[in-house]
Design a protein around this ligand. Structure first.
Ligand SMILES: [Zn+2]
Ligand SMILES: [Zn+2]
Ligand SMILES: [Zn+2]
Ligand SMILES: [Zn+2]
Ligand SMILES: [Zn+2]
Ligand SMILES: [Zn+2]
Length: 462
């Protein structure tokens, strides 16, 4: 008698996470896609007769499962006899025989498939190190920036110094490599990874920490910069009224052509493009008003125009101060969607905790911002750039503010004793993968059953 496995109860849309691979290749693999399945056997020569033979339940470590014998007779798992209704743990490679007498039953190999993070195919490309060098310092790019329209690449520090010298000479900025007029410069995150991979592959190409520190101290390019526009270069210094109007139409910076707050842009003024509205503002390096969000290093114009006393205008794109202000001046009334790794179950639990304490979200955040300022919170996982320097007085964009709120809500939840949690949450075990668990995003049942506001105790991203 030979039996073939078949699954009942599997939801078809879920990802297959494991397989039972029969030793006899004439039979199909039994694919397992739900967290708990019952495998039925179909006795050959009598295809109407089906019966359950085992139940497989995925364990929370996601690399093992618990098998329960659903036959009236014993089965064999990794050489041990498992009696009816008994359970044992199986791991990748475990051998399961659906009956005692090996000759008459199929033997299966339990195979756990790699998670989505490991099955992504990676494309390997090769590149000559000579093509990844900065023509100013002749080293592999460090914090690489790309200039346009010629698309040559340099170290941020090297090009920043070049830019500074051009500014001092009041001349237009030419590409150090091809002498084309540079109209735009920005950090190139793709090439940054390429350069890092190259240094990992050949450490002899690395420069010393001291050299890198000096280079970093020169680097001034945080976000995309818009340099001399074509019109200024063609025209002479004396602008006619008509030229100025033409400039205003093509360049949306309010201070180009019109003086505000004692400042008016000239031919060599560098412009920043606001990340929120797309409008332009002049880069003011020796200026106390922030033009970049410290959390994401992107440019925002709200604080700048507010400081210039310029209200919103119809003729120029500009933000209100609301889009970019100190953390302590932001207000929050609803749970950010990014809170607790987008896990809605955990968000509801946190909302209930706050209500149970008779408090508001704003009030809880204010308390935890004070703890942040007093350096009472571990900042290792803070999802913002320059995490160590951020205080409640730091101006941030709305997006970074929400990310910070989510970070603070993690610490708020971790600090709540279990007996203060709502009843449905007070007896849950921690998921071994904690906040890093991927299953919480696609398996609602798992997300509900396990606590995910905790540190991972298994897995690679601890
Ligand atoms: Zn360089
Ligand atoms: Zn060039
Ligand atoms: Zn301007
Ligand atoms: Zn930001
Ligand atoms: Zn703006
Ligand atoms: Zn989990």
């Amino acid at each position: 008698m030979t039996e073939v496995g078949e699954i009942s109860g599997a939801k078809p849309c879920e990802e297959i996470w494991a397989k039972l691979v029969p030793s006899d290749s004439r039979y199909l693999d039994v694919e397992i896609s739900s967290d708990e399945i019952v495998v039925c056997s179909e006795i050959l020569f009598s295809s109407i007769h089906k019966c359950k033979w085992c139940k497989i339940t995925r364990n929370s470590d996601h690399s093992s499962a618990t098998i329960q014998n659903k036959r009236s007779n014993a089965i064999v798992v990794d050489g041990s006899v498992i009696q009816a209704e008994d359970t044992t743990v199986i791991r990748c490679g475990s051998e399961i025989v659906s009956g005692i007498d090996k000759e008459g039953y199929l033997s299966y190999r339990f195979n756990v498939l790699p998670g989505p993070e490991t099955c992504q195919k990676q494309l390997k490309i090769s590149m000559d190190a000579e093509h990844a060098k900065c023509c100013i310092c002749l080293n592999i790019w460090h914090d690489v920036v790309t200039v346009a329209p010629c698309f040559h690449n340099f170290c941020n520090g090297c090009f920043s110094e070049w830019l500074k010298r051009s500014q001092e000479k009041r001349s237009s900025v030419l590409c150090p490599q091809c002498r084309a007029v540079v109209q735009f410069v920005g950090r190139n995150h793709f090439l940054l990874n390429v350069a890092e991979e190259m240094l990992k592959a050949d450490s002899s190409l690395k420069r010393s920490n001291d050299e890198v520190a000096i280079l970093d101290s020169y680097a001034t390019i945080l976000s995309n910069l818009v340099l001399n526009s074509g019109k200024h270069l063609r025209g002479k210094r004396a602008h006619s009224q008509v030229d100025q109007e033409a400039d205003n139409a093509s360049n949306p910076c309010p201070q180009c052509g019109t003086e505000y707050g004692g400042f008016r842009c000239n031919q060599t003024t560098i412009h920043l493009q606001c990340q929120a509205c797309g409008g332009m503002m002049p880069l003011q390096t020796n200026y106390s008003v922030p033009q970049h969000c410290l959390g994401c290093d992107k440019a925002f114009c709200g604080a700048y125009w507010h400081a210039q006393g310029i209200a919103q205008s119809d003729s120029h794109r500009m933000c209100s101060r609301e889009t970019f202000k100190p953390i302590s001046e932001h207000t929050i009334s609803r749970m950010p969607t990014s809170a607790h790794e987008n896990n809605r179950h955990e968000q509801v639990i946190t909302e209930k905790c706050i209500a149970h304490l008779g408090r508001t979200l704003q009030d809880v955040i204010a308390e935890w911002l004070a703890k942040l300022d007093n350096r009472e919170i571990d900042r290792t996982r803070m999802p913002l750039n320059h995490g160590e320097t951020i205080t409640s007085a730091t101006p941030t964009c709305n997006y970074c503010y929400e990310k910070l709120i989510s970070f603070l809500l993690y610490w708020f939840r971790v600090s709540i004793p279990k007996y203060h949690l709502p009843p449905e949450a007070s007896n849950r075990e921690n998921c071994w993968y904690g906040y890093a668990c991927r299953t919480q995003h696609h398996n609602d049942e798992h997300a509900r059953k396990r606590n995910h506001v905790c540190r991972p105790t298994r897995g690679t991203n601890m």
